[in-house]
Design a protein around this ligand. Structure first.
Ligand code: GLN
Length: 542
């Protein structure tokens, strides 16, 4: 059985529990251990799939089609561990399972209660299928003290006693705010947060204390004393310029040593962090920079495009350049100002999204990139907008649009009601539930061997993750091809256009899938590496 590390948060949300879990996973891997992840989310949605990006940030999609919390993206990017739907659960899904079981009469007439039925379901989920790794890092979403988190905290409290003695530890992430008028970092919120944890029966073994400045030794000792934690297990976690420095910084502060000590592991190998040092060195000393402009809808909240941002960073690191991102709200882009807004861009990316708002601005951005021959990358809705642009301005199909935006004369993007996955037929209809009914997860795609994209991947058969409801309408394919648009990648059955490009353009690629979801720090995605290379080339031209 694996050992469990439960990671909880206190004081405020958004302290970076996900990043801390990912970084700790990477540190354990660097010592030769294998890891798995679990993320328990206390909210009542069945999954984050139907939540607005403003509420929840990006929805991260796994190969097996689960719509999950964006922290799973951190885990995969930092450790390369492939996650599945077994990695993330919400209170909504737990209750859904418990209630379905109740309806089937499987509780034998008993009263169904939070303890033990809900907590049992949480525990079953947490310990399922973990025998093949050394450590499971299990992060609890939200902050201690939230009403909806209670069953989850109770479940992990119980687990500590049910797992073999010494096989579970608790790490609590807190914040030490700096109060300018007092000129001091304050430990009281941390003390209260730990008190809250202890009141529900959880004594943390390690405290990871976020702070924007070094924490004096005296304060660390004080936290240890008041929170009943060993002094060498109170770890300072300072703000850093790059998230890729987090594993190194946590190691320097003694996090992995504290974890091993808490488990009583004395013979662990020293970590090999050389590859993290290499990344850190490139991030600190790039050879130059490129300006990439992202035209999107949810640009006020960078978390909404988390994986995209990281994939672009990976592309930058591969090319040893710093990637400066400019975010433009597509609603503000018009034919009149597009030149002014995009003139500085070495490359333009039109991002994914749902709904009509801002799509005309995206189409303008596509047109600008195509005509001015600026490297262009269209992802999902971004590719769909590139197809509409080609239909309207190259093929002369007036009124070309997507049926997602209402009935139109020429739905060059439309709702497919049926497609194949492997040997199975998958169907969906206009009236389906919104949740979980998109084309989700890994699908194969076959490239034309003479295409630029095949060259970039170094292969003609690939698989990528999807999350969309609409597809390029195959009925317009011939007309669009005649106008110059190349359908470089198709689904294996030849029914669904997956990628597009132009021959007479330095770098113009649209993909129906989400390549950003598979880019990792040590396995940067080839499309992002190539896109940033094209941006660097462009920056030398201008
Ligand atoms: N709204 C589009 C669709 O559902 C694109 C989705 C996306 O960009 N992820 O097909």
């Amino acid at each position: 059985m694996a050992r469990f590390i439960f990671i909880t948060g206190g004081v405020v949300s958004s302290l970076g529990k996900g990043l801390a879990s990912a970084a700790l996973g990477a540190l354990l891997q660097s010592r030769g251990f294998s890891v798995k992840f679990r993320k328990l989310d206390p909210y009542l949605n069945v999954d984050p799939g139907t939540m607005s990006p403003y509420q929840h940030g990006e929805v991260y999609v796994t190969d097996d089609g689960a719509e999950t919390d964006l922290d799973l993206g951190h885990y995969e990017r930092f450790t390369g561990v492939k996650l599945t739907q077994k990695a993330n659960v919400t209170a909504g899904r737990i209750y859904q399972q418990v209630l379905a079981k109740e309806r089937r009469g499987e509780y034998n007439g008993g009263t169904v209660q939070v303890i033990p039925h809900v907590t049992n379901a949480i525990k079953d989920f947490t310990v399922d299928n973990v025998d093949d790794v050394d450590f499971v890092l299990c992060e609890i979403g939200g902050t201690v003290g939230d009403i909806e988190g209670l069953p989850f905290f109770e479940a992990i409290r119980q687990l500590k006693h049910e797992l073999p003695q010494g096989d579970a530890i608790f790490i609590h992430l807190t914040l030490l705010p700096y109060i300018p008028t007092a000129g001091e970092l304050k430990t009281k919120p941390t003390q209260h947060s730990v008190k809250e944890l202890r009141s529900i029966g959880i004594q943390p073994d390690i405290l990871l204390c976020r702070s924007d400045r070094p924490i004096p030794k005296t304060e660390l000792a004080k936290i240890a004393l008041f929170c009943n934690v060993r002094e060498d297990a109170v770890i300072q976690a300072l703000d850093l310029n790059s998230i890729y420095d987090v594993p190194l910084a946590y190691h320097d502060e003694g996090l992995d040593d504290a974890v091993l000590a808490a488990f009583g592991i004395k013979d662990a190998p020293e970590p090999d962090l050389s590859r993290w040092h290499e990344i850190s060195e490139i991030v600190a000393n790039p050879d130059g920079h490129v300006n990439v402009t992202i035209v999107g809808k949810y640009v006020e909240l960078e978390d909404a495009y988390k994986s995209l941002k990281e994939a672009l960073m990976h592309g930058g690191i591969s090319n040893r350049v710093k990637v400066n991102l400019t975010w433009i709200n597509s609603e503000t882009v018009t034919e009149d100002n597009v030149d002014e807004l995009l003139r500085q861009a070495d490359a333009i990316l039109v991002a994914a999204g749902f709904g009509e708002r801002g799509t005309e601005g995206k189409i303008e951005a596509v047109r600008y990139a195509r005509e001015k021959k600026v490297p262009f990358f269209g992802i999902c809705l971004g590719m769909q907008m590139a197809v509409i642009e080609a239909a309207r301005y190259l093929a002369g199909i007036e009124g070309a649009s997507s049926s997602e935006f209402g009935a139109c004369e020429h739905p060059v993007i439309g709702l497919m009601t049926e497609w194949t996955k492997g040997n199975e037929k998958v169907a969906r209809g206009e009236k389906d539930d919104l949740g979980g009914t998109l084309r989700l997860g890994a699908y194969d795609c076959v490239f034309d061997k003479d295409s630029k994209i095949a060259d970039i991947y170094g292969s003609t058969d690939i698989s990528e993750r999807h999350r969309h409801r609409y597809e390029v309408n195959i009925n317009y394919k011939a007309q669009l091809e005649d106008a110059g648009l190349v359908f470089s990648g198709m689904s294996p059955d030849g029914v669904l256009p997956e990628t597009i490009e132009y021959k007479d353009h330095p770098w113009f690629i649209g993909v129906q899938y989400h390549p950003e979801l598979k880019s990792q720090i040590f396995k940067p995605h080839p499309l992002f590496v190539s896109f940033i290379e094209a941006a660097a080339e462009q920056s030398r031209l201008v």
